[in-house]
Design a protein around this ligand. Structure first.
Ligand code: HEC
Length: 196
C-alpha cells in the first residue's frame, strides 16, 4: 500500500515537473499575443481617432463624415503596413456601415457571444483571444460606445443633412440607432505565428 502510494506520488510529481515548463511557455506565448494585439489595436484606434477629431473640429460632422468614408479604410491599410509580418488589424461590426467591415467566418458568433454576455450584465473584458489554428490567433478588442460624439453618426441622427449624406453613401447602412454603452463591434488583430 505504502509502495503504491509513493509510486503514484512520483508519477504525479514528475508529470507536474514536465508540465510546468510547457505551461510557462504557453503563458509566455499568450502574453506575447496579447501584447501584439494591444499595440496593433491601439495604433488603429489612435490613428482613426485623432484624424476624426481633427476633421470634426475643422469642419463639423459633415467633414468628419467625409474623412470616415474616404479615409478610414485607407488609413487602416496604412496601419497594416506598419505592423510586423503576419499581423493584420481591422474593424468589424454585426451592424456594419461599410460592407467591408462585415464579420468573417465565426467572428459574427464571437460578437454575438459578447453581446449576449453584455445583456447578462457581464462587464466585458478589455480583450479576448481566440485560437484559430496551431499558429494563428485572433485578438478581439470589444468596442463600446462611450463617447457622445459617436452618436452623432451612429445614434438617432438628428442632423438632416448628415443623415441624408450617410444614407446616400451607405445605402445598406445598419450602424444607426446605437445608445451609450452599446457594443458597437470589435477591433480584430489576426496574428499568424508561422509568418516570419
Ligand atoms: C462623422 C460621423 C462619424 C462619427 C462621429 C463616428 N463614426 Fe464610426 N463610422 C462612420 C462611417 C462613415 C463609417 C464607415 C467607414 C468606412 O466606410 O470604412 C464608420 C464606421 C465605424 C466602424 C466600423 C464598422 C462599420 O460599421 O463599418 C466602427 C467600429 C465605428 N465606426 C465606431 C465608431 C465609434 C466608437 C465612434 C465614436 C468614437 C464613431 N464611430 C464615430 C461615421 C462616424
Amino acid at each position: 500500500m505504502k509502495i503504491l502510494k509513493s509510486i503514484v506520488y512520483i508519477a504525479l510529481s514528475s508529470s507536474l515537473l514536465l508540465a510546468a515548463p510547457q505551461q510557462g511557455k504557453k503563458n509566455k506565448q499568450l502574453q506575447n499575443i496579447i501584447q501584439t494585439g494591444k499595440k496593433s489595436s491601439l495604433l488603429l484606434l489612435k490613428t482613426l481617432g485623432s484624424n476624426m477629431k481633427k476633421n470634426m473640429k475643422a469642419g463639423g460632422p459633415m467633414q468628419a463624415l467625409d474623412f470616415c468614408s474616404q479615409e478610414a479604410y485607407t488609413l487602416t491599410e496604412q496601419v497594416n503596413k506598419k505592423l510586423p509580418q503576419g499581423v493584420t488589424v481591422k474593424r468589424i461590426s454585426s451592424k456594419y456601415r461599410n460592407p467591408a467591415n462585415q464579420p468573417q467566418g465565426n467572428e459574427q458568433e464571437v460578437l454575438s457571444s459578447l453581446k449576449k454576455l453584455q445583456s447578462l450584465h457581464v462587464i466585458l473584458p478589455k480583450q479576448i483571444v481566440q485560437k484559430v489554428n496551431n499558429h494563428t490567433y485572433k485578438y478581439y478588442k470589444p468596442l463600446i460606445i462611450k463617447k457622445k460624439v459617436c452618436l452623432k453618426c451612429h445614434g438617432d441622427i438628428k442632423n438632416v443633412a448628415l443623415k441624408h449624406a450617410i444614407n446616400e453613401r451607405y445605402p445598406t447602412d445598419m450602424a444607426k440607432h446605437y445608445k451609450m454603452g452599446d457594443l458597437r463591434g470589435a477591433i480584430v488583430v489576426t496574428i499568424d505565428k508561422s509568418v516570419k
